[in-house]
Design a protein around this ligand. Structure first.
Ligand SMILES: *Cc1c(COP(=O)(O)O)cnc(C)c1O
Length: 244
């Protein structure tokens, strides 16, 4: 596993401030001033020291994509006081790493994965937050459940012991077409709103599922405008990732 050290001269506190300023401007521009959109820092490909430096600079919410990396960085992230979210596709045979180090798995896209997480959490005597990943862009290459299935899966996952569905996550369309990207984010918001409405009627108990994890370095303004409660930012905080 080739993990990169932080680039020379990198100032994580300043980079974080710049991203938070973008978020605040986007909140104000969309009538959401003070809504507290959180910034999750995506630390994939960066080594444990770089990831821990971001946490110490105030970026306490960290996203890891690959469980091989989380195995390496998990202890350092925990020692630095991070809250770790899994944001990459999670294979069932890697679920134990997530249960060991993560506070939330944002990428639940199958009931069988959720069942495995639930069982491992019961064994570890812990609880775990999860989000349902939805493929709103319709691109075959993207992970996540079909939008029409999202509510049914969320309800099934919520019914499992030790798991709490805190919301929905998506990877947006990779495009500079604002309307097309925002259409996907609006779709995720509608799914979240449906989840909250249904639970008001008392049927499936999805009242905890209010989070919308959407938007990245390139398009976080569009995601905030569509209601994101959390944006996931890598390059804008860490700098460009080295080519794989
Ligand atoms: C890497 C990653 C991000 C951050 O992407 P940037 O373009 O570097 O901001 C966000 N979400 C997921 C799921 C990622 O894997």
């Amino acid at each position: 596993m080739d993990l990169s050290p932080a680039p020379a001269g990198w100032d994580p506190a300043a980079a974080l401030e710049q991203v938070k300023a973008r978020v605040h401007i986007a909140e104000a521009a969309s009538g959401r001033a003070g809504s507290g959109v959180r910034v999750l820092v995506a630390t994939k490909t960066w080594d444990a020291d770089a990831a821990a430096a971001v946490v110490r600079a105030g970026g306490t919410l960290v996203g890891e994509s690959r469980m091989q990396e989380l195995d390496i960085k998990g202890e350092a992230l925990r020692a630095a006081g991070a809250r770790v979210h899994v944001i990459g596709q999670l294979q069932r045979n890697k679920a134990a790493t997530a249960v060991q180090y993560a506070d939330c798995v944002q990428t639940v896209d199958h009931a069988r994965l959720a069942e495995r997480l639930s069982r491992l959490c019961l064994e570890a005597e812990r609880e775990l937050d999860v989000m349902v990943q939805v493929n709103v862009s319709g691109e075959d290459s993207k992970a996540g459940v079909h939008p029409d299935e999202a509510l049914a899966i969320a309800s099934a996952v919520q019914a499992l012991p030790a798991l709490t569905v805190t919301g929905f996550m998506t990877i947006g369309l990779n495009s500079r077409d604002e309307d097309a990207v925002r259409e996907g984010y609006a779709r995720l918001r509608e799914i979240r709103d449906q989840a909250l409405i249904r639970s008001e009627r008392g049927s499936v108990g999805l009242g905890s599922a209010w989070e919308l994890s959407m938007g990245m370095s390139q398009d976080l303004e569009w995601a905030v405008a569509e209601g994101a409660t959390m944006v996931r930012v890598g390059t804008a905080v860490m700098g460009p990732r080295p080519p794989a």
